[in-house]
Design a protein around this ligand. Structure first.
Ligand SMILES: Cc1ncc(COP(=O)(O)O)c(C=O)c1O
Length: 378
């Protein structure tokens, strides 16, 4: 048996999404920029996808620009703030995704910006006083803070952050890659300039996502120049198959959101309970055992409980999980997020992440594997 508990890294495609993409592959072969009948058929699918997304997020369709995913959306927001909006100071946290941190480091190395990190407590939660202090010290900054953390599940008090940003005239971007498609988000209720999303985190394909740009507040230029696609905001023939899949996954996510949320949260609760019953001295990282993302459980296993390389041994036994974000675990390098939380280096932190395709029997299988791998069972 093989069990997939790494849904924060990527989710499987839903059958309905595969059907929508297959239909697009078979029928939507024309270039959406062509003005003839076939071209218009392709264009309609893109514009309908934009409308579906905009109506669920409560924004206008022209505020949604399709990108190749979360990384490009994050780059686009940061690039636009620096080159078009004159940002010289960026306030962020040390536990953002590398799609933010490495992009900011790149621009800092070029001498274009200075990065300022907000203080975090031992759970990785943002200290709002520290944010306010930075906002006072660095007027007209960009604040970029993720809505939900992909490794430790923490959720940002986004409306409080947004109010602080407005009080000090800062721009506000949020990496919502782990939240869009998982929560009801009303963009009229959060005063924000930019938000990033990625399809493969909610059962759409990899390589497609979007950025929201608040047209009432900001105007930036394209990151990728070329043809006039995406209202001149992103050159290049559109990824129509990806967009068709994204729209279908988005639609399903919103139709079934409350039901799926309850189901997944119950699975996670079951896993927590099983871990507590079967293993001593285990703790849960960040907000993952309570107020955090309902899809993520980050577990801190004490040093003596397992042999080294727990993640690899789980894999050998049929459980796919992660020791941090996907890219760092692939390189078998410690996670920068876990490092910030000052967890003893010899402890083994494993992130289990769930989707609606998981079942209780997946959890039972994983718990049995963990029991088998446990040393000194007494
Ligand atoms: C919080 C967060 N931001 C950004 C990304 C990057 O998104 P994409 O893979 O679509 O480029 C990820 C994916 O791991 C993520 O979890």
């Amino acid at each position: 048996m093989k069990v997939y508990l790494d849904n924060t890294a990527s989710t499987p495609l839903l059958p309905e999404v595969i059907d929508a993409m297959k239909n697009a592959m078979e029928n939507l072969y024309a270039n959406p920029s062509s003005v003839h009948y076939h071209g218009r058929m392709s264009k309609v699918v893109i514009e309908n996808a934009r409308k579906t997304i905009a109506s669920n997020l409560n924004c206008v369709p022209s505020e949604i620009i399709f990108t190749s995913g979360g990384t490009e959306a994050n780059n686009m927001a940061i690039y636009g703030c620096i080159y078009d909006l004159g940002v010289q100071n960026v306030i962020t946290s040390k536990i953002e995704h590398h799609a933010i941190l490495h992009t900011l480091e790149h621009f800092e190395q070029k001498g274009l910006i200075k990065i300022h990190f907000v203080e975090l407590n031992e759970k990785g939660q943002i200290n709002l006083d520290s944010l306010e202090k930075h906002l006072i010290d660095f007027p007209n900054a960009l604040v970029t803070l993720m809505y939900a953390n992909n490794e430790i599940s923490n959720r940002l008090p986004i409306r409080k952050v947004s109010k602080l940003c407005r009080k000090y005239d800062a721009l506000f971007h949020s990496d919502m890659v782990q939240s869009i498609g998982h929560y009801h988000i009303d963009l009229q209720n959060i005063d924000i300039d930019f938000a990033s999303s990625s399809g493969h985190k909610f059962h759409a394909p990899k390589g497609i996502g979007f950025i929201y740009i608040n047209s009432k507040k900001v105007k930036i230029d394209a990151l990728i120049h070329g043809g006039g696609q995406e209202r001149n905001m992103r050159g290049g023939t559109e990824n129509i198959y990806g967009i068709a899949g994204l729209a279908k996954a988005f639609e399903i996510a919103h139709e079934k959101m409350d039901e799926d949320m309850t189901y997944i949260a119950d699975l996670k609760q079951y896993m927590i309970q099983q871990i507590i019953e079967n293993f001593d001295n285990v703790s849960f990282i960040g907000e993952s055992a309570n107020t955090g993302l309902y899809t993520v459980l980050s577990v801190n296993f004490p040093k003596a409980m397992f042999d080294d390389m727990l993640l690899m041994n789980l894999d050998i036994e049929g459980v796919s999980a992660s020791s941090g974000s996907a890219c760092t675990s692939g390189a078998l390098k410690g996670s920068h997020v876990i490092k910030e939380l000052k967890i003893p280096a010899e402890n083994q932190v494993i992130r289990f992440s769930f989707s609606k395709l998981n079942t209780k029997s997946d959890i039972n299988f994983c718990i049995n594997v963990l029991k088998k791998l446990q040393k000194n069972k007494g």
